[in-house]
Design a binder for this molecule. Structure first.
Ligand code: ADP
Ligand code: MG
Length: 723
């Protein structure tokens, strides 16, 4: 038989495999196993090494083990209404052990007297006898003996209702008929990482002779999977570069230097480094697509303004886009102050007084014309009063150097005279579709794009999710910031939280109280926020207690925010509408009710709303967590304020595929690799993939590999190969 390639195996249905009929094939397909290549990637999740089997009698207490034995009895009890306890006794020749599960009724069907099982978990001693609490169960069924050549039994997780024995035999059959499997990865990469051959890897991962063969086999297949993904990303990036015409900004840097010199502080090392990375992008002639990550308060805005000023100096316009009007306004105020600090404001002139003053470097030094344009606001730093129409005209004629607005800036009909650099805040709401619109705004050359986000995305994730974006990270806070002191209190201790609020308010500070999250219903959430506001207005009857939630009309939201910003409101009761970007440096306390219901990223974002000024910030998490996950999240919050560590923690707790609730393509397709534990392999695979595409931009010289990327990653990447 000729060598089978993975590409070829993606064309063979699983119904071609012995023991798999059309019905089962259909079930497999809906479980994500569409063809034989997928089936070969359904690798065992556990192995039982019979050569190292420990008799139950000799299992050390407290260790994590897999116990093999026969079910002797199963019973269930219901001591309370919400509690069902299932107990089974498992025995081998040497002894018995009891296993206990809670509220897992299905165990009654799974376990029968005489069933051969493997239990994996921690062995404890309970009232003098051995016990395992909620162990994982693999039913070995009666076909355990004789079906596997080696002494290691692979356990493939159940799929399509196939019994473990049948599944194992089916995979055995598929593998035997597919071998030898062609290796498409350039040998120099294999040699550099000491990777075993692909054919051997498939054989050893499914049916290892010895347990020691599993790790190198897995390493090889994980590498392959990540290499294909990174190749797709490298090709996509290559495409973008080839197809787009960008602007080659000439960096004189005078304006930017003046701006930086005029700031009342020194840039942090991280800010300088990141600005350098951006500057190299600006100079070259293909468009920048850069993601700027940095904690809330790490000073991204300053970097963004410095970036825009490079463009402005060369006669280009800049835009800053925010997801909401409130945030746009806040950005405008921030940028206006930064320019003023640096002496780059034109100074407000009376009506008509500045007509004809077009030059950037006027008699009084350079001045940057800044504007805010949203659905409801039009302001500038060069005229006290301006109508929308006048402002739109000023943008179209190029009088405005930098405009701040919502994403609607590019979605609506506004045209720029010469848009050169665009900055987008909070990338989660700025999708690929908007990026395309931005591209279309540009008549001849595509503007450079900087996407800012305070959502810490672990490097592992950004490398797979945003392979087509370059990433810069501000990983250093401006000096003098103390982390927000975070404390976990039980709901019955809420008085302590209210006292803290009183204490800070008496010193002139302000506080947020975030109401419990109500799943899936902004309406119900608003109702409960209204009720909580009424209750807290009673608790703080001598203070001014405000309320903001998503169901308020936007004018009301803005007026509440304005009153909070001005210090009129002491305590702001809020839903998660305040999660993003709200910047009130005088707010020092953040109380989050039922905090265990929030995701880690939300908690981190919320906590970021306090401790932004010169005063120490505090965050109180009020919760009585009912799940282990909830408890772990709260512990993580108390334990660190480092967003990147929290993000990694989130990844660990929730598993890959969901980063902050968004399923991201690329990652979800990974069958074998775990981007946290396989991080080193990811780095090598990425490095190799980008190197290969650099030397062979269309993979013309590696047709089998190109075919495999396309076949394995599916339709999503088809467009990469259309020439
Ligand atoms: P981000 O946009 O990352 O949330 P900002 O750019 O709004 O952060 O900066 C937060 C605050 O820190 C602002 O008040 C800003 O003026 C200040 N800041 C920025 N960079 C520095 C620095 N290097 N040293 C001191 N303060 C800084
Ligand atoms: Mg910001």
């Amino acid at each position: 038989m000729t060598m089978a390639s993975l590409t070829r195996l993606t064309e063979v249905g699983t119904d071609q495999v012995k023991l798999i009929g059309p019905k089962t094939a259909a079930k497999l397909s809906s479980a994500g196993i569409g063809h034989v290549a997928d089936l070969l990637h359904h690798v065992p999740h556990r192995y039982i090494d019979r050569t190292r089997k420990t008799p139950i009698a000799r299992i050390p207490i407290g260790s994590e083990v897999t116990v093999l034995g026969e079910v002797r009895s199963v019973r269930s009890r219901r001591p309370r209404r919400n509690l069902m306890i299932i107990e089974a006794v498992i025995a081998d020749e040497s002894a018995r052990i009891k296993a206990v599960w809670f509220n897992q009724r299905y165990r009654l069907n799974q376990l029968n007297e005489g069933t051969q099982v493997a239990l994996s978990g921690v062995v404890e001693s309970f009232r003098g006898s051995l016990q395992m609490k909620s162990p994982a169960v693999d039913v070995l069924s009666s076909d355990l003996e004789g079906l596997v050549t080696g002494r290691v039994v692979p356990i493939h997780s159940a799929v399509a209702k196939l019994s473990p024995g049948v599944l194992r035999r089916a995979i055995h059959n598929a593998l035997t008929r597919s071998r030898p499997i062609e290796d498409t990865v350039p040998v120099e990469f294999l040699a550099a990482h000491g990777l075993m051959g692909r054919d051997e890897a498939f054989a050893s991962i499914h049916f290892p002779e010895s347990i020691d063969d599993v790790a190198p086999a897995r390493h090889r297949l994980v590498y392959d999977e990540l290499f294909r993904l990174e190749l797709a990303l490298a090709l996509q990036k290559r495409r973008q570069i080839l197809e787009a015409t960008g602007i080659s900004h000439e960096l004189k840097g005078e304006l930017t230097s003046r701006f930086i010199a005029g700031l009342p502080y020194e840039l942090t090392g991280a800010q300088k480094r990141v600005l350098g990375e951006i500057e190299s992008d600006l100079e070259i002639a293909h468009p920048m697509h850069r993601l700027l990550q940095g904690e809330v308060g790490s000073g991204k805005t300053v970097v963004a303004v410095a970036t825009l000023l490079h463009g402005v100096e060369g006669g280009w316009q800049g835009a800053i886009m925010a997801p909401t009007e409130v945030l746009a306004e806040q950005h405008y105020l921030g940028v206006r102050n930064l320019l003023a600090d640096a002496g780059l404001s034109p100074g407000l002139m009376g009506e008509g007084a500045d007509l004809g003053m077009e030059s950037l470097f006027g008699e009084d030094g350079p001045a940057v014309h800044l504007a805010l344009l949203t659905g409801s606001a039009a302001s500038t730093n060069y005229r006290p009063e301006i109508s929308r129409t006048e402002l739109v005209r000023d943008i179209e004629t190029g009088k405005v150097d930098v405009v701040v607005g919502t994403h609607a800036l590019i979605q609506e009909g506004l045209s720029f005279e010469r848009l050169g650099v665009a900055v987008v805040d909070e990338q989660h709401r700025f999708g690929v579709a908007q990026r395309v619109q931005l591209k279309e705004k540009a008549e001849d050359a595509e503007p450079d794009l900087l996407i800012m986000t305070a959502t810490p995305i672990p490097r592992t994730m950004s490398m797979t999710m945003y392979g087509d974006l370059d990433v810069s990270i501000i990983d250093e806070m401006p000096p003098g910031r103390t982390p927000v002191a975070t404390k976990l209190l039980s709901r019955s201790e809420e008085q302590e939280a209210w006292e803290l609020i009183r204490k800070d308010v008496s010193k002139g500070r302000q506080a947020f109280v975030v109401c419990p999250l109500v799943e899936d219903s902004a309406k119900v959430e608003a109702t409960s926020a209204v009720a909580e506001h009424a209750r807290l207005a009673g608790v703080f009857d001598d203070l001014d207690v405000g309320l903001i939630h998503g169901q308020l009309p936007s004018a009301d939201k803005e007026s509440v925010m304005a009153r909070f910003r001005s210090g009129e409101i002491d305590v702001l009761v809020a839903t998660t509408v305040i999660e993003v970007g709200i910047d009130v440096p005088n707010a020092t306390v953040m109380v989050i009710e039922d905090a265990d219901r929030f995701g880690l990223s939300q908690l981190h974002q919320l906590r970021g709303r306090v401790g932004r000024g010169e005063h120490q910030g505090s965050c109180i998490l009020l919760a009585d967590p009912t799940t282990t996950e909830g408890e772990e999240r709260l512990e993580a919050m108390v334990g660190t304020s480092d967003g990147f560590r929290l993000a990694e923690e989130d990844l660990r707790i929730r598993g890959q595929g969901t980063v902050f609730g968004t399923r991201q393509s690329g990652v979800k397709d990974l069958k074998l690799a775990d981007i946290l534990s396989d991080f080193e392999t990811l780095i090598s695979a990425r490095h190799d993939a980008f190197a290969l595409v650099a030397s062979d931009p269309t993979l013309e010289g590696h047709p089998e590999l190109a075919g495999e990327v396309r076949a394995m990653l599916g339709e999503e990447v088809d467009w990469l190969f259309v020439s």
